[in-house]
Every structure is written in structure tokens, then in C-alpha cells.
Design a protein around this ligand. Structure first.
Ligand code: ADP
Ligand code: MG
Length: 290
């Protein structure tokens, strides 16, 4: 098969691992920068022009679209979809998963457990908003933040008010969420391929940090998920129509709660923590489903 990885940098761990495993299984694998693609739109014959050629020979794509290039990146994925090329994640699912509010609305409808969350456009009623999520401390999150940037822990009502005012002043939309203190700065990441959990890790934030992001200095260890955690992860992946994704959960006193679903999960942390060949799982998923 001709497999294309849509990625801006072929030296990234995840990208190079996917190339390696694809070639290992006898495929031709190319890394293509989505931002350098021209989308040619005409009647009956959608195509993509890249550098000096038309990408009309591609059998499957693996999008690794960064959050900063969601608009153009997802348009490239959509163009491949119009050309009947198999993709591990659809353009619609990428766009949906990038907006935390939009994802949460769908997930709550699907019955996925999550921390109590409120979205408000009117920051003057901060007291009520805080009460809706069970009082301070609260978590305040930008709708489109990643890597732990844009996630704030507000210990008091005054702090929450200032943060919401500041975000509002910057025209940045945010949601207010119940703080799950008992998670103790840790979260779970389940890696889903073909709708099944293929590996999981527990990430622990560094000392004094409530955010467990590896980009913020967190550490990761292999963990065997409980039955409710497995169920929650699979339900979330189905609700967002993401057969390949990373599902992040918090361990709370009332069971696992969904935090976010990532449509471009990194492979380095999870392969290192679990010792599993996740890149190969993604390639064989394509082989089975294309
Ligand atoms: P990002 O997209 O920036 O990674 P997350 O929603 O994943 O944003 O939040 C970053 C980190 O903050 C999480 O990995 C988790 O450790 C911590 N966190 C987020 N929400 C909560 C919450 N409601 N309660 C406790 N900790 C949280
Ligand atoms: Mg996160």
C-alpha cells in the first residue's frame, strides 16, 4: 500500500515510528507536510498537488495534524476523503475533538462520566457558575488549549473571577470545571486503536503541579486499566467517532471521569511506558480496514 503520514516534521518520534513500522510491513510510506499541499477542487475530480506531483496514488493516510494548523490540516484530510482515500481519523472528527466544549456536549449525551462542567458567556455571575460545579477550587480551561497551557486551578472565588475576567477580556472562551482533587495531579491515558484499548499509562505531574502533561514535566508508567476505565475509554472513542485516539481520564471517588480525547495522540510516552508496539497496531488497523 501507499501510505501517507500527514505531518509537518518527519523527525518527530510518532511520525518516524509510523514510517518505520509501515515499511517493516512492506508498505511505501511517505511523510507529507499538509501545509504544502494545494487542494484542487473541480467537478468530479478532486486532487491534491504536492511539490511537483499529484497525490493520486495514495491508499491510506495517517493524519498527525497539530492544533495550530487544524483549519488547513483538516481541509487536506477532507480532500483525501473526497478522493476515497482511507484515513485513520476523519476531518470531521479532528475538528470536533479540538473543541473541548463541543466534545463534552457529545460525550455527555453519550452517557460518558465527566467532571461537572459549565460553559458561560457571562462572567459576572461567577459565584453561580462556581456553585454549579460544587464550589472552589475550580479548574478553568480554554476551549482550545493543549499541553496543559490554558488550564488554570483557581483556589478561591476571587481567583476564579479574575481568571475568567482576564480570559473574557482577551476574547478567549473558557469552561469552568469541578476540580478532582483526589486525582492528586495524575491522570490515565488509554491509547485506542480500532476501537480497542491497546495500551494505557498513568501520568503523574511533577511535584506541586496539578497538571500531569508530559510536556509539563510529568512522568508516565504502565497501568492496567480497571473494567470501568476500559469501558469509559471505548465509549468516548465511539461517541467522538475516533477509532484511533488517546482518551484521558481522571480517577475520582465516583469512578473514572473523562477529561479529554486526543485525535493525534503522541506515541513516545505510551510506547515507552507500556513497551508495546502501538505504531504497528495503527498500520495493521489500516491493513484490515482500508
Ligand atoms: P490539555 O488539553 O491542555 O492537556 P487537559 O484538559 O488535559 O488540557 O488538562 C491538563 C491537565 O490538568 C490534565 O492532564 C490533568 O492532570 C489536569 N486537570 C485537568 N482537568 C482537571 C480536573 N477537572 N481536575 C483535576 N485535574 C485536572
Ligand atoms: Mg491533556
Amino acid at each position: 500500500m501507499n501510505i501517507v503520514i500527514l505531518s509537518r516534521n518527519e523527525n518527530l518520534y510518532s511520525t518516524s515510528r509510523l514510517v518505520e513500522e509501515g515499511e517493516e510491513r512492506g508498505h511505501k510510506v511517505e511523510v507529507i507536510d499538509p501545509l504544502k499541499c494545494d487542494l484542487i477542487i473541480e467537478q468530479h475530480k478532486p486532487t491534491i498537488y504536492y511539490q511537483d506531483r499529484y497525490l493520486d496514488y495514495v491508499d491510506a493516510i495517517i493524519p498527525r495534524i497539530g492544533a495550530s494548523v487544524t483549519f488547513f490540516g483538516s481541509a487536506v484530510v477532507r480532500q483525501f476523503e473526497m478522493m476515497n482515500v482511507f484515513t485513520t481519523v476523519t476531518s470531521d472528527a479532528i475538528i470536533r475533538s479540538r473543541d473541548k466544549l463541543r466534545s463534552f456536549q457529545r460525550l455527555s449525551k453519550a452517557g460518558v462520566g465527566m467532571p461537572k462542567t459549565v460553559f458561560t458567556n457571562y462572567s459576572r455571575d461567577v459565584v453561580e457558575v462556581i456553585e454549579h460545579v460544587g464550589g472552589t477550587p475550580v479548574i478553568i480551561k480554554l476551549l482550545e488549549g493543549t499541553q496543559g497551557l490554558g488550564v488554570v486551578l483557581a483556589e478561591t472565588k476571587n481567583a476564579a473571577e479574575s481568571v475568567l475576567e482576564a480570559f473574557n477580556g482577551l476574547q478567549a472562551r473558557a469552561l469552568v470545571q469541578e476540580y478532582i482533587a483526589e486525582a492528586k495531579g495524575a491522570d490515565l491515558r488509554a491509547l485506542i486503536v480500532d476501537g480497542q484499548v491497546v495500551g494505557a499509562m498513568k501520568r503523574q505531574g511533577k511535584e506541586g503541579e496539578f497538571r500531569s502533561n508530559l510536556h509539563r514535566g510529568g512522568t508516565a508508567n504502565y497501568i492496567k486499566l480497571s473494567e470501568p476505565e476500559l469501558k469509559l475509554a471505548i465509549k468516548a472513542s465511539r461517541a467522538l467517532k475516533l477509532p484511533v485516539c488517546g482518551v484521558d481520564m481522571l480517577q475520582s471517588n465516583r469512578g473514572p471521569l473523562l477529561m479529554e480525547v486526543n485525535s493525534t495522540p503522541g506515541l513516545e510516552g505510551i510506547e515507552t511506558a507500556t513497551g508495546k508496539n502501538i505504531a504497528k497496531a495503527i498500520i495493521t488497523y489500516i491493513e484490515r480496514n482500508r
